[in-house]
Design a binder for this molecule. Structure first.
Ligand SMILES: Nc1nc2c(ncn2[C@@H]2O[C@H](COP(=O)(O)OP(=O)(O)OP(=O)(O)O)[C@@H](O)[C@H]2O)c(=O)[nH]1
Length: 484
């Protein structure tokens, strides 16, 4: 998971302060040293680190913050603000041309994720603005590249303009733009060729395409996993092409995060989007403040809510809310919720966006085993309709039948029902604004009432997760017994 090491180290650096009532200059020096090391280790550019540490130290010393009640919190606040500033303060939207089409040229090294990102962006514009994009295949050096763009186009139902591999890329772009003009496409994406490293020929070709197309946006696609090299690449492309923005891909991997922190500061060009997965929907607008929160382990609730909103039918969520409030939430609803959560993607990544969860030890064993999910489903599918809508009727003989029907041991059936009831109770309390029951789920960080229905999905998952935890506990107990 991205930023894991950085988050852990930054938190550790600041936790040491937390124990102290007052922060001396030497405490501050020590903390700043740790922050500096954490950033360097995360592959943040050296100059960026130097400037960052200096600014934070000056602010911490200069202001009266050290006399505050909770010095650690104040330093976290300064670090958060400065991280945000380093990454560019606010989100920068895509440039848009006054008259159609808006031309977006994509550039980047081979394998950075250009083609995938073209598709993701085209789909985003289609979904959010009803746009009618056209994608031009201008990579003639890797024959599979055209085919790949075509596949992406088919997948998201966006047309691709291509002339095979025998025509000069500049000519392909020229004809592609003419086609867009005739077809009244409002956005044109130019998918250009990548190389393993920056070379003269590639740069000249890109410069020629730029000269012909006059793009409104030149987005450089950069693989976040490439660490320090990401910044060098950005600099190289920017020198030659004067890029307008960056898309940082593969932030779902275990990148250390240096690129996200350095690119804006080094090149002065904003990161506009981040790729967080291989699916066509895995592209998000880059919000420096949210990213800073994420890095500091403060969660990213806004992105989480946006993601949830994209997936959840508002009416459905409202219905669910009402059911929870009336305490009539049943196993059918539960299955529906599991389906919704499935749609949201990787649960581990989602949970990490919740404040306090990123570094919560519970996260270590929280990867959702699809097998556990399948068992829960099997048990529920083995219930009669009456049992699903009225779980109170689940007496021992019914439970034995369900166990036989689902092929799951009786104790697992019992535990699942028990946890269902506990979770239902907890959700009912949450819906009344009582968040006390959330302690375990949120690592004590508390929630927010505005999250409403979306958080219930998380609660349901807690239940599935516990099955796994309990399995581990039982195993450990058995081992202890055996040792004795
Ligand atoms: N995990 C993850 N994988 C990604 C992301 N973006 C792209 N990829 C994957 O990275 C690989 C390379 O992506 P492409 O889109 O083919 O890269 P490209 O820059 O077009 O490559 P060339 O055509 O060779 O220049 C593919 O397997 C993608 O699925 C991302 O945000 N997260």
């Amino acid at each position: 998971m991205a930023f894991e090491g950085l988050t852990e180290r930054l938190q550790k650096a600041m936790t040491n302060l937390r124990r102290k009532g007052k922060v001396s200059e030497s405490d501050l020096r020590q903390t700043m040293r740790e922050i500096r090391l954490a950033l360097l280790e995360a592959d943040v550019n050296f100059t960026v680190v130097k400037d960052f540490v200096k600014t934070v130290r000056d602010r911490a010393l200069g202001a009266k913050v050290l006399e505050g009640l909770n010095p650690a919190q104040q330093i976290v606040k300064i670090v958060d603000e400065e991280l945000t500033k380093t990454m560019g303060e606010t989100a920068v939207p895509l440039n848009k041309s006054a008259k159609i089409p808006t031309i977006i040229m994509m550039a980047g090294l081979q394998g950075a994720g250009k083609t995938t990102t073209v598709g993701k962006l085209a789909l985003k514009l289609k979904n959010e603005q009803n746009a009618r994009p056209l994608m031009i295949a201008a990579d003639i050096y890797r024959p599979a590249a055209i085919q790949q763009l075509q596949q992406v186009g088919d997948q998201i139902d966006v047309p691709v303009f291509q002339l095979g591999t025998d025509v000069d890329p500049v000519e392909i772009v020229r004809q592609g733009l003419a086609e867009a003009e005739t077809k009244h496409n409002d956005y044109v994406f130019i998918d250009t060729a990548g190389r393993l490293q920056i070379d003269e020929q590639l740069m000249d070709e890109l410069a020629n395409i730029k000269a012909l197309a006059h793009p409104d946006e030149i987005l450089l696609v950069i693989d976040a996993m490439t660490g320090q090299n990401a910044v060098n690449t950005a600099q190289g492309f920017d020198d030659k092409l004067d890029i307008t923005g960056v898309v940082l891909t593969k932030l779902d991997g275990d990148t250390r995060g240096g690129a996200a922190l350095s690119i804006r500061a080094v090149t002065g060009k904003p990161i506009k989007f981040i790729g967080q997965g291989e699916k066509m929907t895995d592209l998000d607008v880059f919000h420096p403040n949210r990213m800073s929160n994420r890095i500091l382990g403060m969660g990213d609730m806004l992105t989480l809510i946006e993601k949830a909103q994209q997936q959840f039918d508002e009416k459905e969520a409202e219905k669910m809310n009402l059911k929870i409030q009336e305490n009539s939430f049943d196993f059918n609803d539960f299955i529906a919720q599991l389906d919704q959560v499935d749609k949201m993607g990787n649960m581990e990544d989602i949970m990490k966006m919740i404040p306090g969860m990123a570094n919560n030890p519970a996260m270590k064993n929280m990867n959702m085993d699809p097998k556990d999910m399948a068992h829960v489903r099997a048990i529920i599918y083995s219930m009669t309709e009456q049992e699903r809508t009225d779980p109170d009727v689940l007496n021992p003989s019914r439970r034995r039948r369900i166990s036989a029907g689902s092929g799951r041991p009786i104790h697992e059936v019992n535990r699942m029902i028990k946890q269902f009831n506990q979770t239902k109770k907890m959700m009912n309390q949450m819906s009344k604004g009582n968040f006390a029951g959330m302690e375990g789920l949120m690592g004590g960080a508390g929630g927010g009432k505005g999250i409403g229905g979306k958080m219930q999905q998380m609660a349901m998952n807690r239940m599935v997760r516990q099955t796994k935890k309990q399995k581990k506990k039982r195993l450990a107990k058995a081992m202890r017994r055996r040792k004795r």
